[in-house]
Design a protein around this ligand. Structure first.
Ligand SMILES: *Cc1c(COP(=O)(O)O)cnc(C)c1O
Length: 387
């Protein structure tokens, strides 16, 4: 029997909650209808399930069900928001403001838009990973059409001052998009209170299935406009054509319903475990340090540098531990994290950083095993000298 894996990579993806899987299963088999087939019961049954999931997702983010567009994941939601707004607002202006520590699925569409004649300001962050709202204000011009700032970072878990940014955007009549993927189900996300016009979400970062996400699109007046990326059957109000992924959407809805009732308790439990891991590692590893703000932070995230031992080396010895040095999307490259670079962390510390993402199924025993395992291997490697 292989040793049980301790999974601490919940920012990359989360396991599907068994309750979510159970809710999804009938929609692969006996309830297989197309949600757009209104001429028979199978279709209407699928449509009903989709609409019920739409309510669950909306309810978790304090939105109206009509404001939710289902997509194939948050990469698509981010592309839809950025490119869809840019195209429709071209006459008004060509300037977009975002942050250097955003996810690649925001940064790369911005690069594409730059190639098409848009101008993009990439704001920096301070040593804690937080952006300065005064700096953001200074970057705005009469040509600014969109601000895109994430709610919580996927590497260091820091929470940006999104409510303040929402107020600034509203005052200046600029649209505001927020990648809220990592925050969903972890902290309260109230799109109305945060003043968000568009928000991106992904099911698989919150114990739902991969390949399904949502874009929140504010419907109150003045209604923001958006052009679709995909055209065809005009599903999702024409904003996202394509046959709906009914089982995936049902799973997403169930995952949101579970978060609605369990989030407060889960957040407390995870932040306690996270602090236990942090304290244990700080005590056992000489020179270890935490990266990113500790006060403005997701409850289940920890990012630490262990000077002297490159993360790749450490990870390769941590056999039964599923962990990463940063974003999963970048783990194929040997480039150290651009997020940690933006915090001003020197290269030798960036190369020695680990990201811990705790989750619903993480136990205290696993945290204690992780602490011992990492500190033992670190001390062994550091003695040998692998710098
Ligand atoms: C994972 C992630 C995405 C991409 O979501 P997918 O559904 O995997 O496409 C976008 N933004 C952030 C912050 C993420 O963590």
């Amino acid at each position: 029997m292989p040793k049980k894996i301790i999974y601490l990579d919940n920012h990359a993806t989360t396991p599907v909650d068994p309750r979510v899987l159970k809710a999804m299963l009938p929609y692969f088999s006996q309830k297989f209808g197309n949600a757009a087939s209104r001429t028979h019961d199978l279709g209407r049954e699928a449509e009903k399930a989709v609409e019920s999931a739409r309510h669950e997702v909306a309810s978790l983010i304090h939105a109206d069900a009509r404001e939710i567009i289902f997509t194939g994941g948050a990469t698509e939601s981010n592309n839809l928001a950025l490119k869809g707004v840019a195209e429709v607002c071209r006459d008004k202006g060509n300037h977009i403001v975002t942050v250097g520590t955003e996810h690649k699925s925001v940064l790369d569409p911005c690069r594409r838009l730059e190639a098409q004649g848009f101008s993009v300001t990439y704001l920096g962050v301070d040593g804690e990973g937080l952006l300065n709202v005064e700096e953001l204000k200074k970057a705005l011009t009469p040509k600014t059409i969109l601000i895109s700032v994430m709610l919580a970072n996927n590497e260091i878990g820091v929470i940006q001052p999104v409510a303040e940014i929402g107020r600034v955007a509203k005052e200046r009549g600029i649209l505001f998009h927020c990648d809220a993927v990592q925050a969903l189900g972890r902290i309260s996300v109230n799109v109305k209170a945060l003043g968000i016009d568009f928000a991106s979400f992904s099911a698989h970062k919150n114990y739902g299935p991969k390949g399904v996400g949502a874009l929140y699109l504010r419907k109150s007046e003045p209604r923001p406009r958006l052009l679709p990326l995909l055209e065809g059957g005009a599903q999702e109000g024409g904003f996202r054509s394509g046959t709906l992924n009914v089982p995936g959407i049902v799973g997403f809805g169930k995952a949101c319903r579970i978060s609605q009732s369990e989030m407060p308790t889960e957040a407390k439990r995870l932040s306690k475990l996270r602090d236990r891991l942090r304290n244990g590692l700080l005590a056992k590893v000489n020179g270890a340090r935490v990266n990113g703000s500790e006060s403005q932070r997701l409850p289940h995230n920890l990012n630490m540098s262990f000077p002297g031992v490159p993360a790749g080396k450490l990870i390769s010895k941590l056999k039964n531990l599923a962990i990463s040095s940063g974003s999963a999307c970048l783990s194929t490259s040997t480039e150290p994290s651009y997020v940690l670079k933006a915090l001003g962390l020197p290269e030798e510390l960036r190369r020695c950083s680990l990201r811990f993402g705790l989750g619903r199924f993480t136990t205290e025993k696993e945290i204690d095993q992780t602490t011992i395992h990492i500190s033992n291997i670190y001390n062994e490697l550091n003695k040998v000298g692998h710098v």
